[in-house]
Design a protein around this ligand. Structure first.
Ligand code: BG6
Length: 489
């Protein structure tokens, strides 16, 4: 693949995402030879900064890499700061000229990537102004990357989408779901479709249930204001969790093209068994964290965080059961669970296979556990297969054993999600971005749950202590079906 050429404009250049994720990711692409010298970045934000100040921030954001063979000043010299008022059309006109200037200087091929990493309330306005001031028709390509939250519900998402679509076509829009950039999530497809072992069993005849857990130790930290108006359902389930479910449940695509893969993912979302408000409680459990202890440290409760209402009715935990009404999956629950301030930071997928019709080894000294395929997404990526086998020399007994694959290399050398996604976008590969159809269908499902929850009393909260695995009802959700959460290493 040729290294891409482009002028990248980052709206929100002084923000947390830019500093924590985007600058380090661009740096890693640069260090790994995935970005040629033909690129420039214009950082756009409201506050007045100089180029030097922006470049200092960038050097700070990449200081941990400690690379001696890369000249950090040379990398930072590709970055320029442009103080900007998103309401002022003259600023767009100046930006247009500035992009042309940098394009000429770096031979960037007339390509423009606009990255909106800021308050989504301005996305529509920015898109509209970029178009009206002629920034969206360069001599090369134009692309737009947008960050979540993509709307607050179906209605607001649709409005946002309509606004953006007035300026950009669907294939110019790259909606980020950073989970799709994670190595082990991309591996779901490969494990399923590059092995003859699993696909024949990947259906309701052989799979008992699938469990997807994404737990965090951190609380809301400094994001209370955003989070209290959002909650775990919108923050994690509508996007990351449902994306993982669709990758696990989709049919093999005809080809590995973005369109073919998306088509199959959309079909899963369309096959979700609809839920109505009166049965939300049977399928979904909400939680909010209280005080508690993690690693021997006292933690405050959610309602004590900055920016959070002291009687907040916002959930910081969700467990749920999705049923997929198609031939492959009818009857197989897909359980999901996600929350803040839980016992550990981990994302894991457990596929539990059905029990054998009879157990020949039943009796003394024998244990037979169900076969599990565990896809460990983070912190350490890998795959574990849980089998039963003989261990002792003199007796034919069966014991649970595991076969384990760990992804090579330390986490630090592995490409970061944002790095992978930026690279894909620069190359025009939209496979791991979210299409509008997926956004629309997932909001339509999620809206029913949030509507039901908005009518519940906040007196239920808080209902789980920091450092635990959520409220008891999350365990009962599975117990009622005769299952339990597999907590696996
Ligand atoms: C983000 C959510 O999308 O994902 C955060 O807004 C959450 O609240 C984060 O902490 C989790 O991502 P990761 O990559 O740490 O699992």
């Amino acid at each position: 693949l040729k290294t891409p050429k482009a002028v990248i404009v980052i709206f929100g250049a002084t923000g947390d995402l830019a500093n924590r994720k985007l600058y380090p990711s661009l740096y890693r692409l640069y260090r790994n030879g995935k970005l040629s010298d033909n690129f420039a970045v214009i950082g756009v934000a409201r506050r007045p900064l100089t180029n030097e100040q922006l470049r200092d921030n960038i050097k700070k954001s990449i200081a941990d890499f400690n690379d001696t063979h890369i000249d950090a000043d040379e990398f930072a010299s590709h970055f320029h700061y442009n103080p900007f008022d998103v309401q002022d059309l003259t600023h767009y006109q100046k930006l247009d000229k500035f992009i042309d200037e940098l394009d000429a200087k770096h031979q960037a091929g007339g390509n423009r990537l606009f990255y909106l990493a800021m308050d989504p309330n301005f996305f529509g306005l920015i898109a509209e102004n970029l178009k009206s001031e002629g920034l969206t028709e360069p001599t090369g390509w134009t692309k737009l990357i947008i960050e979540k939250p993509f709307g607050h519900n179906y209605e607001t998402a649709q409005k946002l989408n309509n606004d953006i679509r007035k300026a950009f076509t669907e294939d110019q829009i790259y909606r980020i779901d950073h989970y799709l950039g994670k190595q082990m999530i991309q591996n779901i497809e490969i494990v399923r479709f590059a092995n003859s072992l699993f696909e024949p069993l990947w259906n309701n005849q052989y799979i008992a249930n699938i469990q997807v857990t994404s737990s965090e130790i951190l609380g809301v930290e400094e994001r209370g204001r955003y989070y209290d108006g959002s909650g775990a359902l919108r923050d994690m389930v509508q996007n990351h969790m449902l994306q993982m479910v669709s990758l696990l449940a989709m049919e093999p695509p005809a080809k590995l093209t973005p369109d073919d893969i998306r088509y199959e993912k959309v079909k899963v979302l369309r096959s979700l068994k609809p839920i109505s408000e009166d049965i939300v409680d049977e399928h979904f459990v909400r939680g909010q964290y209280d005080r508690g202890e993690i690693n021997q440290e006292e933690q405050d409760g959610y309602r004590e965080s900055n920016g959070v209402d002291e009687n907040s009715n916002t959930e910081t935990f969700v467990a749920g059961k999705f049923m997929i009404n198609n031939f492959r999956w009818a009857g197989v629950p897909f359980y999901i669970r996600t929350g803040k301030r839980m016992a550990k930071k981990a994302t894991e997928i457990v596929v539990q296979f059905k029990d054998l019709p009879i157990n020949l080894y039943a009796g003394k000294g024998n244990t037979i556990d169900p076969n599990l395929l565990v896809i460990r997404v983070q912190p350490d990526g890998g795959i574990t297969l849980h089998l039963n086998a003989k261990q002792e020399d003199y007796e034919t007994t069966s014991k649970p054993i595991t076969m384990q694959y760990d992804m090579d290399g330390k986490a630090i050398n592995r490409p970061e999600a944002y790095e992978v996604l930026l690279n894909d976008c620069l190359h025009g590969d939209s496979t791991n971005f979210v299409h509008w159809d997926e956004v629309a269908l997932s909001w339509q499902y999620i809206d029913v749950i949030s509507e039901a929850w908005s009518k519940k009393s906040s007196d239920e909260f808080p209902n789980y202590a920091s450092g635990t695995n959520g409220p008891k009802a999350a365990d009962e959700l599975l117990e009622n079906d005769g299952f339990h959460w597999w907590s696996v290493k």
